[in-house]
Design a protein around this ligand. Structure first.
Ligand code: PLP
Length: 447
């Protein structure tokens, strides 16, 4: 086994699952009688998976990931017994309809009961579809995103052949609205990309103010809500909640990317793109001599840049939304649990001597650093704490931020801070332990 990081009981459970799953893995026959080599391969796999970080545990709050909901996983596995392809109704007649229903629910949550939308393989692809449409509609104009946006937007612009420009972010990690306004006034901007839940700090851009600016200057508004979109379920003024204003303004966006494989509890391979104007579907028009024969209805591939796409993703999402509807008490309860845990961790860090939060969290991303005077000392302390927490079984992440955003002496341009994606309700029972670990660590940080 290479470098085991999973606790032994979880590795043992993976081995048991290997024995349980293989007999279930065919729709045309039941039971055992599988060749020995197949079982051996799965046990070898269980060993290799032992090198994963313990993503399911409350002590894992590192990257933006967690295992899917049991209904999502089971629905995925069930549909995978057929392996449908949502390119066309020919390859995924059942799952293409499930996709349309699931996307309609998500679009309604985002304020777009009338829409054109579809699932994608990722948030990157969901954003790519939106920026491809943006470039088709404004071929010579710039796509503008801010320094807090995901790096993908600059790259995607290159891929779709659009000119990309970056406007600054504020020190607390949101788009700089004044700088954006100045750029829009100068002309030549076709599309503004705003972020609802930035990857680094989980920050919400003021979508309402950005929508006003876009309307005034005739620019399209694309909102990258890959991470934050599902928090719309908590944007109702109740506690634990999130600021309702940017979510209410989603209804004014021209396009939105949202990732069911982040806060929608789905396995990877499930992004979603939503357009406010169904007429953009005309931009996708193409002939396929191979598909689109079994039905006169619109096939997913006719409104999507990807061809083959997992029908099992749509099945998993549909089943999850049936079990956990897009309401505060449905899927919202999961997000509320995560938000409550994040606020509890933030409160601890605010009160711990020697540590400071970077910002008050807008969602469930919590970032903090040691109280040290220079960027280089802060960065070194973060890296040390990251390693020492891992040795004690706590898995967090790091984030590089401009030194001036932290108000420390900028002896280096950037400083690493500690970052955690507090995505699971189970974290609530763990944050006291993390605070204790940080207290114990503090004396060692200045070494
Ligand atoms: C705001 C934002 N946009 C886009 C992406 C890229 O999404 P994916 O990793 O699903 O391609 C991410 C990923 O974390 C993100 O946080």
């Amino acid at each position: 086994m290479t470098d085991p990081r999973l606790p032994p009981d979880e590795i043992a459970r993976l081995h048991r699952r290997a024995d349980e799953l293989l007999p279930l893995a065919s729709l045309v026959r039941d039971g055992g009688g599988m060749p020995e080599a197949w079982t051996e391969a799965l046990h070898a796999l269980a060993d290799r998976l032992g090198a994963s970080y313990p993503f399911a545990d409350p002590e894992y709050l590192g990257q933006m990931l967690k295992p899917p909901h049991p209904v999502a996983w089971s629905g995925y596995a069930m549909a995978m017994l057929l392996n449908p392809n949502n390119h066309a109704l020919d390859g995924g007649p059942a799952t293409a309809h499930l996709e349309r229903e699931a996307v309609a629910q998500i679009a309604a949550m985002l304020g777009h009961p009338t829409h054109l939308g579809h699932l994608t393989s990722s948030g990157t692809l969901a954003n790519l579809e939106a920026l491809w449409v943006a470039r088709r509609l404004h071929p010579h104009a710039a796509i503008v995103s801010a320094a807090n946006a995901h790096y993908t937007h600059a790259r995607i612009s290159e891929v779709v052949g659009a000119r990309h420009e970056t406007v600054p972010a504020t020190p607390d990690g949101a788009i700089d609205v004044a700088a954006l306004e100045e750029r829009l006034q100068a002309g030549g901007v076709g599309t503004v990309v705003a972020t609802l839940g930035s990857t680094g700090l989980g920050r919400l851009d003021p979508i309402d103010r950005i929508a006003d600016l876009c309307a005034r200057h005739g620019a399209r508004l694309h909102v990258d809500a890959a991470y934050g979109g599902f928090f719309a379920l908590l944007a109702d003024g109740m506690e634990p909640g999130v600021d309702p204003a940017p979510f209410a303004a989603l209804a004014r966006a021209d396009s939105i990317a949202i990732d069911p494989h982040k806060h929608g509890l789905q396995p990877y391979g499930c992004g979603c793109t939503v357009f406010a104007d169904p007429a953009v579907g005309a931009l996708y028009r193409h002939d396929s001599p191979y598909t689109y024969f079994t039905s006169d209805e619109l096939h997913p591939g006719e409104i999507s840049l990807e061809c083959s796409r997992s029908g099992a993703s749509a099945a998993a999402l549909w089943a999850t939304l049936r079990a956990l509807p897009l309401t505060r008490s449905g899927l919202g309860a999961e997000l509320a649990g995560a938000r409550a845990a994040a606020l509890a961790l933030h409160a601890h860090i605010r009160d711990l001597p020697g540590w400071s939060p970077v910002i008050d969290p807008d969602l469930d991303v919590v970032c903090w650093h040691a109280d040290l005077p220079t960027a280089s000392a802060v960065g070194a302390a973060s890296r040390r704490a990251f390693a020492q927490l891992a040795e004690r079984g706590w898995h967090v992440a790091l984030l590089e931020l401009p030194a001036d955003a932290l108000g420390v002496e900028p002896d280096a341009p950037m400083a690493a801070v500690l970052r955690s994606a507090v995505m699971k309700p189970e974290h609530l029972g763990a944050v006291d332990g993390l605070a204790d670990a940080l207290t114990a660590l503090r004396p060692a940080l200045g070494d």
